[in-house]
Design a protein around this ligand. Structure first.
Ligand SMILES: [Zn+2]
Length: 195
């Protein structure tokens, strides 16, 4: 296993719709292992193959463990997604989001409340996920990546994009940085509203 270099905007590989996987090769198996290791090292919740420079329709999501109210720790949810597609979206909500390919920033945008995703597993077998909350958000975020979309493309308002380390930087410098990142967005169709 190896940690792979991440791609950052404005790298063109992040703007291409990724290629469908027709047969999982041994090279793809090792790519998947490396993607998982890279995501862990970078403390991501999800990673798409084009974020490590590979034009393939593969993503991995791992929702961190969260202590439940009764003190028990819920199970860590992890999903390997080959050729994933969102087949249903329900409702809209405001979320806060960051991306390994846009380091140092977070943004506030609209995502679906619930999604249904169809994908294939490591053996090529089709499965479906019905998700809400953080998992639904992560699924939309990663499947967007595989379609060449990053989260800033879905934002309407530059005021809602903000750098993470505002205290360390002068205000004017921060606003120039934010403007530069904002200018790299390519507006995408907003999330389809079906509630
Ligand atoms: Zn991302």
């Amino acid at each position: 296993m190896a940690v792979l270099p991440l791609t950052y905007i404005p790298d063109n590989v992040l703007r291409k719709k990724t290629r469908k996987v027709t047969k999982l090769t041994s090279e793809m198996f090792s790519l998947i292992e490396d993607m998982i290791e890279t995501m862990h090292v970078e403390h991501g919740v999800g990673i798409a193959a084009n974020q490590v420079g590979r034009n393939l329709r593969i993503a991995y999501i791992e929702i961190p463990e969260e202590p439940e109210e009764n003190g028990k720790v819920s199970e860590k949810l992890s999903y390997l997604l080959i050729n994933p597609e969102i087949i249903k979206r329900v409702g809209t909500r405001e979320v806060d989001e960051g991306c390994l390919s846009i380091p140092g920033f977070r943004g506030n945008l609209i995502r679906s409340v619930k999604v249904t995703v169809r994908a294939q597993d490591i053996e090529g077998k089709e499965f479906r996920i019905k998700a809400e909350n953080l998992l639904a958000q992560a699924l939309e975020h990663e499947i967007d990546h595989l379609n060449g979309i990053v989260y800033i493309d879905r934002m309407q308002d530059p005021e809602r994009l903000y750098p993470l380390d505002t205290q360390e930087k002068a205000d004017s410098e921060t606003s120039i940085m934010t403007t530069n990142v904002w200018n790299l967005r390519r507006p995408a169709q907003p999330v389809v509203r079906k509630s």
